[in-house]
Design a protein around this ligand. Structure first.
Ligand SMILES: CC(C)(COP(=O)(O)OP(=O)(O)OC[C@H]1O[C@@H](n2cnc3c(N)ncnc32)[C@H](O)[C@@H]1OP(=O)(O)O)[C@@H](O)C(=O)NCCC(=O)NCCS
Length: 330
């Protein structure tokens, strides 16, 4: 799907993040599986990632991220009427992490639900919130993207273990006086679902009771390099903008080589591209908000600037958004 609610200004007015304290370096990983810092850095650009403790679940990261986003927006949980948590690692299937979070934040009147779209979850979440805000059903939304993939990885499988990390980010979305989202492009290709999947995690029964992330890295790589370019170009064209108009490019942080490929193909200068995969690895739905927060902390995200975000992940899914950043623009 592609498009926008023409003329309606919905923006991001608050941003917050949270990652676990525990840093896991490549050298430490090399003591667990047959890998090396050299291989991981060369093939992925990842140097370290954050890993949740045994006691930490998604809501333990989502809550501080959400609280920071609410503070940033100058509102409280009671001011939120829609709460979406995009994740593939909720605390449990139900109650949803969003319902738990609504309770913790005091968002008593909020509709709250979890959303599954692989690593693209955050992009789907902000598109849904945008639609509900633009349609007048919601007045102010909180969208959390976060995952603790370390809990569902096979810690014996070096091909997936080295790629992922844990983290969460949250945004407050609401009508703004200027700027805001210009459009979205989202898609899914179930034919590629077998390239990144979690067997045994739902109602389909498998002989093998193990439930760990399984991946065909080469196929996902090909898919990622293709959709990061096609989805970005599609949303730019839909919104009547070009790559030259983009001030800040926030791609999903899966692999430095995938980002480099997209940057080269799109023709976006490296200086405009946000990269933090070296410090966090692939945090799935946490990836885009963590990168947005890093860009802002580095002084690279200013009022009025055009931000292009593209996510991709299991499904296989992808999603892009174009937004004119509004710093305290209500
Ligand atoms: C996974 C990925 C880094 C592998 O890089 P690659 O250059 O394609 O490497 P290959 O899969 O061709 O493997 C090359 C060799 O390295 C080995 N290898 C794989 N993981 C390794 C690791 N962690 N350490 C050392 N060697 C490893 C392979 O076994 C293979 O050995 P072989 O040639 O003897 O068979 C890359 O394919 C990728 O990033 N894919 C996208 C994954 C992704 O982003 N998933 C999430 C999307 S949201």
């Amino acid at each position: 799907m592609i498009g926008s609610a023409n003329g309606v200004r919905i923006g991001i007015t608050g941003l917050g993040t949270c990652v676990p304290e525990r840093v896991l370096t490549n050298d430490e990983l090399a003591t667990i599986v047959d890998t090396s810092d050299e291989w991981i850095v060369e093939r992925t650009g990842i140097r370290e990632r954050r890993i949740a403790s045994d006691e930490e679940a998604l809501s333990d990261l989502a809550l501080p991220a959400a609280e920071e986003a609410l503070r940033d927006a100058g509102v409280t949980g009671a001011d939120i009427d829609l709460l979406i948590v995009a994740t593939v690692t909720p605390d449990m299937m139900f109650p949803t992490t969003s319902a738990l979070l609504a309770e913790q934040l005091g968002a008593e009147d909020a509709a709250a639900y979890d959303l599954l779209a692989g690593c693209t979850g955050f992009m789907y979440g902000i598109a849904q919130a945008y639609g509900m805000l633009a349609g007048g059903l919601s007045k102010r939304a909180l969208v959390v993207g976060g995952d603790v993939l370390s809990k569902i990885l096979d810690w014996r499988d070096r091909s997936t273990l080295v790629l992922f990390g844990d983290g969460a980010g949250a945004v407050v979305m609401e009508p703004v006086g200027r700027g805001g989202f210009l459009g979205f492009e989202l898609g899914a290709d179930g034919a590629g679902g077998e390239y990144l999947w979690l067997p045994g995690s739902g109602s389909r029964k498998f002989d093998d009771p193990e439930s760990f992330v399984k991946m065909n890295g080469r196929e996902v790589f090909k898919f990622a390099t293709r959709v990061l370019v096609s989805s970005a170009n599609a949303v730019l064209e839909e919104c009547g903008r070009t790559v030259d108009d983009v001030d800040v490019y926030v791609p999903h942080q899966a692999n430095r080589r995938i980002i480099d490929h997209a940057v080269a193909k799109l023709g976006i200068p490296e200086a405009k591209t946000v990269v933090n995969v070296d410090r966090y690895g692939n945090t799935s739905s946490g990836s885009i908000p963590l990168a947005l927060a890093d860009a802002r902390a580095d002084g690279r995200l200013h009022d009025g600037e055009l931000v292009l975000m593209t996510g991709m992940g299991a499904g296989l899914t992808w999603g892009s958004a174009l937004v004119e950043w509004t710093e305290r623009g209500r």
